[in-house]
Design a protein around this ligand. Structure first.
Ligand SMILES: [Mn+2]
Length: 229
């Protein structure tokens, strides 16, 4: 009885347009909009089958999202007038909804920090507050080179192994790991768009809930260079 009354925080990893799996996951966690807080870790769009519809679902849910590297990429491309193929493809998919989408993601934060947790898409630079960390690092880091120039060299150390604070960091982005659970960091990108799983974290219990992808929507690519270590 107590559990069913208590307020929960539900955090969902990289959806990448996998709308059917998102709906299944929300049902599986029994998401209650009137009681629970719902967060996304960015990369809601691209690669999967339903970018526009997934974005619209996110809006319907009145959730909060941080920027993933995919949304960040769109915002930086738009500064060059959005002429990249990347932007053109998404503009075609969104149609008249594209400008609203852009105006919205411009407001998304690069990270969210409260007393309980930090949400960030990629990760953190060792010993550095996210407030003063380069957006590229926050959205795209996997491993640390000592400077923040090369963010995913497989021989370098995963950033979370260098993170020593006690506050929980919840991150996405590194699908090849298919989830990370450590004392002070939890990785929620479990590669749904690559045919693996979509995962939610429920706080404060730290319960992980996953649903299986219905299919492989996107070939395994460079994200898979960094295999499980
Ligand atoms: Mn990503």
């Amino acid at each position: 009885m107590k559990d069913s009354q208590s307020k929960r925080t539900v955090i969902i990893g990289d959806v990448h347009g996998c709308l059917e799996e998102l709906d299944l996951l929300l049902a599986k966690v029994n998401y209650r909009p009137e009681k629970d807080s719902l967060y996304f870790l960015g990369d809601i769009i691209n690669r999967g089958p339903y970018s526009k519809e997934t974005y619209h679902r996110y809006k319907e849910l009145q959730a909060v999202s941080i920027l993933g590297n995919h949304e960040w990429h769109i915002l930086t491309d738009m500064k060059n007038h959005g002429i990249s193929k990347y932007c053109q493809r998404l503009r075609a998919e969104f149609g008249v909804a594209f400008d609203d989408f852009l105006n919205d993601i411009e407001q998304w934060p690069l990270f969210i920090e409260n007393d309980e947790f930090i949400l960030v898409h990629g990760g953190l630079a060792p010993g550095k507050s996210p407030k003063v960390t380069d957006p590229k690092i926050l959205t795209a880091i996997r491993t640390w080179d000592g400077k923040g120039d090369i963010l995913d060299h497989p021989k370098n150390t995963p950033w979370f192994e260098l993170y020593t604070d006690s506050k929980l960091v919840v991150f996405g982005h590194w699908a090849a790991l298919e989830g990370v659970v450590r004392q002070n960091s939890i990785g929620l990108d479990t590669g749904c768009v690559y045919g693996k799983k979509l995962t939610a974290l429920i706080l404060p219990e730290r319960t992980l809930v996953s649903v299986q992808a219905k299919k492989t929507y996107h070939p395994i690519n460079s994200d898979w260079v960094l295999k499980k270590r």
